[in-house]
Design a protein around this ligand. Sequence first.
Ligand SMILES: Nc1ncnc2c1ncn2[C@@H]1O[C@H](COP(=O)(O)OP(=O)(O)OP(=O)(O)O)[C@@H](O)[C@H]1O
Ligand SMILES: [Mg+2]
Length: 1008
Amino acid sequence: MAPAPAGYTPRHISEQILAVRTAIEGERKQVTVLFCDMVRSSDLATQLGPEEFHLVVDRFFQVALAEVHRYEGTINQFLGDGFMALFGAPIAHEDHARRAVLAALGIAERSEVRIRIGINSGLVVVGAIGDDLRMDYTAFGDTTVLAARLQAVAAPGAVLISQRTAGLVRGYFQLEEITPVEVKERTVCPLRVTGLGTRTAALAAGDELSPFTGRDRELAELHRVLDIAVDGEGQVVGLAGDPGLGKSRLALEFRRLAEPRAAVLEGRCLSYGTGIAYLPLFELVRNACGIAAGDAPELVSSKIELKVKALELDVSLAHYLRHAFGLPTGDPSLAGLDPQAIRKRTFDALRQLLVAEAIRRPLVVLIEDLHWIDQTSQDFLAELADELPSVPVMLLVTYRPGYAPPWIGRSYACQLALRPLSPAASETIVASILASGDQGTAAAIAERGEGNPFFLEELARASRDQTARPPDITVPETVQQVLAARIDRLSTDQKAALQVAAVLGREFSLDLAEEIWDGEGPLEARLQELKALEFLRERHGPAERTFVFKHALTREVGYDCMLQSRRRYLHARAGTALEYSKASQRFEHCELLAYHYSRSTDPARAIPYLAIAGDRAKDRYANGEAIAAYGQAIDLIERLDDRRPDPYGAICENLGIVQVRLSRYDKAIDAYQKGLTVVSDAFQRSHLHGLCCEAEEGAHRYPRALAQCDLAEQALGEVPDEPGPQWLSSWFDIQDKRMGVLYWLNDTEGYGQLIDRVRPFVEAHGSAQQRMSFFLSLFGWSVRRDRYVITDETLEFARAAYAIAQADPSSSRWTGFNYAFALLWHGDLDEATAMLQESLGEAERCGDTALRSRSLTYLMVAERKRGDVDAVREAIGSVIAQAREASLPEYEAMAIANRAWVAWRSGEHAKAGTDAQDALDIWKGLPARYFYDWMALWPLLAMALAAGRVEEAIEHTRGMLPPPQQLLQEPVQTLVESAIHTWDAGQPAEAGELLQSAIRAAGDLGYL
Ligand SMILES: Nc1ncnc2c1ncn2[C@@H]1O[C@H](COP(=O)(O)OP(=O)(O)OP(=O)(O)O)[C@@H](O)[C@H]1O
Ligand SMILES: [Mg+2]
């Protein structure tokens, strides 16, 4: 039976784990898994004999466990002559992968038997943790399988890591590619770790860094302090800020600028170094003495001595420094000294070394990441700080919130707390990483990163590389592990409070949080603690007290780490609490309920709230939100397999309506079709087919639109003997839609017949609304029949429809436009413009993009008819933009045709030619033939004729004649027709002259 972990886990780690055990159970963690095994132990056993072998194995485990624990890993399982260790669980570490590889290298180096090690990183769910620290866990995907497999295929003595782990430790180690291996029918390419790399910190001078931005004020302040220090008055500056806020980067940039004026010595604390005395100071000494990582002990020794001599210090100082480094001291008398005395003299030696350096040349001592400092180094820095005022040293240290150097209160010390970067600086960083210039994405990332450059960089990279992540994890792994490590250092209750809060959202009300709080003791006290630790901020509103997560990403990580079942449970509690809470009057109540219930153990309860939230968004023309809410409701219903006419059918219908607003016709039709699968009521089915018809019409698919009208009519069935009002009105709706489609198909005959069929109905039963629609149909039909020549009678139809709509403003927004259109071609330009302005106002008011596009387009046409070149030129841009927004290419073409006219009038003939041709091409590509080709043809005709190319001019003229092209006003129509007859009769000169007259007349009538 393998020993229980409690037996071999160091006290400080086991205490830490047991203290937060309940908060950890069930959590999802990013971890690195290490499998280690002795090579061919059975052979060794026979060779050595059982007793000796036992000793060897014992020593191996001692060494291996010591290395694992040194980097705060936990042994999770013993497996024969090997074991499995986890780094990053149960307690999260931001650098779990690096720790695992360091431990592996340590084992490989120190173990007397040959080992094989395999390492992989990924997600696990932490299970129950026993009093003996035994931890159950479930791995996601192949996290452990791959690590075990890598260990199995490793050559004796080798440490293999997966690509995933390699990605997390790149630079810190030397890696070598090896032959790919098969794991579960998949080829993976492991890497072999061959030693330490050159990187020692997350941020290094040689890195490819994003452009430095937004820290001018802080840099200036550091320079001001440096000035004082260089003058001989030592100074201390603490750079404080959240992980990733840019402390190291600021220090790096400052260092570059300071180097001409001062020497810089750097040291850093390490996340696993809290228990290693002198750790950051060693680095200072190494840097001061020029000691390299691979230097042999003798060389280190002599470099120390050389330095001490060079600085003309007492040689005995070198003994203490060597002693601190664990090197032979060269002075046997040291062995007899009391450790306390040694420590004192070591401090002396370090201090004198630094002071002597500073006296030769002003010195900046930079120590990074003080929040991980060991006690000895902290004590030393306190002593050094005492000495500073009289030496030219600037002590610059960095740390995260939660730590404050004990000596920061001195008069020559100051703290510079970094603030989040400005939105502009944030966007600079994001833009430098995103290759494409997608403004929207950049802005969204800049916002989510909240001015934290590390978050910004990682979010931008994740977006750029589309890094694959487990489905419900939204935060990049790198960010996740930093934040999770911070959260894991909270007490059990603090963490439970943070998680309850995370379920409620970035901002949450204290009342609601208290209602769902199921932890020990009062929640508010915990929230206040989290506030003091700078996880939360409090907002004092007039009504209720709310707390806000300082970083949305912290909330996300807190949330992501929780087990699904726990989240669901808390969401359900939140939903229930909200349903009965006094906050129910709040506007976003339904949205909140939908949010919580959809994520709860009982998601069905979210459906009615999602439907309401969708309807409300739809009414506010918040189309994106409406689509999201309806879409979620539909997904939920489908997942629960509970499709019913109400609410499923109704939600599908509403979703389709919103999609049509956004010109997403196929999506709309999909939604309506889903509705049709559950709706059985004849009228409702007919109605849904009618909506499908509208969507098909929007997509210019007229035959399919007519087919939908047929289906709608079939749904209504035979004409009843005594048709009731509902039947009649449904029937009218279908015919009304059909007439709209026939208009586009230019089927004036079918249109006329249908008008005759509908007329008796309208005369007998028509409501005001239906009469109005019928007038519009009459109008459309006469327009088509007369080929866009507006007779007095046609104008009267449009006016009548408009008059009815005026009496009932809710009826139709389109009557004004139609009336304006009629006025325009009737020749009443001023009245037309006034009506178009009114219609534009109406479109803006309702956010009707299609109406807006139409109104703007015809305002432009009215200007052309007036011959106002400047006004047309000015209108073109917005006409094109609106046409695109409303997906109306025919209007974009109209703008381009008019641009051709503007160019022609301005003497830019080449441009006029291309634009005119482009417009014609767009119109010809439309599913229904468009009818204003003259807009593009007149400039072409005029240019051809002016250049003496009569034949070409005739060809352009021909283009204006066939139906459904608009008939031109007399005498232009007759002149162009005669020109063609004359040409066809073989009289080119006369034809040319007729065209000249046509052009003059066209100019007078506003065509040219
Ligand atoms: N002002 C800045 N302009 C551009 N990039 C920046 C800026 N500040 C920081 N960065 C970048 O953001 C990342 C994180 O910065 P940095 O390592 O300095 O954070 P930190 O505060 O030291 O975090 P930690 O507490 O984890 O050490 C780095 O890649 C760095 O280059
Ligand atoms: Mg840093």
